[in-house]
Design a protein around this ligand. Sequence first.
Ligand code: ZN
Length: 141
Amino acid sequence: MTEVPFRIMPALSELNSHFWQGGRDGELRFQRCKGCGYYLHPPSVICPKCWSKDIGIEAVSGRAEVLTFSVNVQNWMPGLEPPFVLAIVRCLEQDDLRLTTNIVNIDPYEVTIGMAVQVVFEPHVDDEVWLPLFEPVGGAK
Ligand SMILES: [Zn+2]
């Protein structure tokens, strides 16, 4: 079994389990408004664009772009070995569909703004939680 770093885990709920457990099926899933097509993240019970309460769950491509990032060289907590990259990525499906995440499978100093990345999942808690991380498109560099 692959050693995974220590993480603070989310509290699963009816509203967010599609997001945290989609990785089990290799899918990055978000709520999507059936009225106007807007992706909602974080999850909500009502669309902030058109006020529809008709909300579904949809998988996106998992492709994204690095908007901004930092290379962390401080060992803030045990298990997450520096250097590591903390980033905000923008999913290609929608400009404001963004995630704070780690960029992995690449030398941290090779990451650039605008880099094309794809989701990769890190399973935790006996495969109950799958954290969406991102790596360069095409896999490890
Ligand atoms: Zn809507």
